[in-house]
Write a protein that binds this ligand. Structure first.
Ligand SMILES: [Zn+2]
Length: 193
């Protein structure tokens, strides 16, 4: 059996053994949502002080305001009552190190994991992959703070987003654990009353 599968199942047995959160309500108790990156170094429960049942956390590559992220956010407010939203990108994000053309070319060359070199991601060998990568928008990041501003602006302007919801923008520093507010993003995310 996979070592990781064994570890996950064993960790869950220990967690469930002392589980006492079975009575939590479905809507998040503290009424807020975080959109953030899937990066393994980010733990929103720790960096933002969340316990089970407190808040919604939507994660994807980059913490980008993709159509699917916005789908979750609209459900979060419309059906489950969140009233404040945070968009949190981070330093050293993998999404800074490639663009759509690069990703399309990498996948066309090989489906195996690429290497991150000083010149960006590279295939170790190119036995052939699939051209499908050229048809996907990967939501890469060119400039870190600007990406937070753009995502907050997109969410703010979305016709299905309640204009009364404040949206705050941050960059999480993976070296210090600190959340640094992007004021231009938070300004762009002010409620429209
Ligand atoms: Zn990231």
């Amino acid at each position: 059996m996979s070592q990781i599968k064994t570890e996950v199942e064993s960790a869950n047995a220990a967690y469930a053994g002392s589980f006492d959160k079975g009575d939590l309500a479905l809507p998040p108790a503290r009424g807020f949502l975080i959109l953030t990156c899937m990066d393994a170094r980010l733990d929103p429960a720790k960096y933002a002080g969340l316990a089970e049942g407190d808040a919604h956390v939507v994660r994807n590559a980059g913490g980008r305001a993709s159509d699917d992220a916005i789908r979750s956010m609209v459900i979060s407010h419309k059906l489950l009552g969140t009233r404040e939203w945070f968009v949190i990108h981070h330093t050293d994000c993998g999404m800074l190190f490639f663009d759509d053309d690069t990703m399309g070319n990498l996948l066309a060359g090989s489906l195996e994991t690429a290497e991150l070199t000083d010149e960006g991601f590279r295939n170790a060998s190119e036995p052939g992959g699939s051209p499908e990568g050229h048809f996907i928008k990967w939501h890469c990041i060119k400039e870190q703070e600007q990406s937070v501003v753009e995502d907050v602006q997109r969410i703010r302007a979305h016709p299905l987003v309640n204009p009364a919801i404040p949206i705050y923008g941050y960059v999480y520093d993976v070296k210090t654990g600190k959340l640094i507010e992007v004021e231009a993003a938070t300004d762009a995310g002010q409620p429209v009353l």
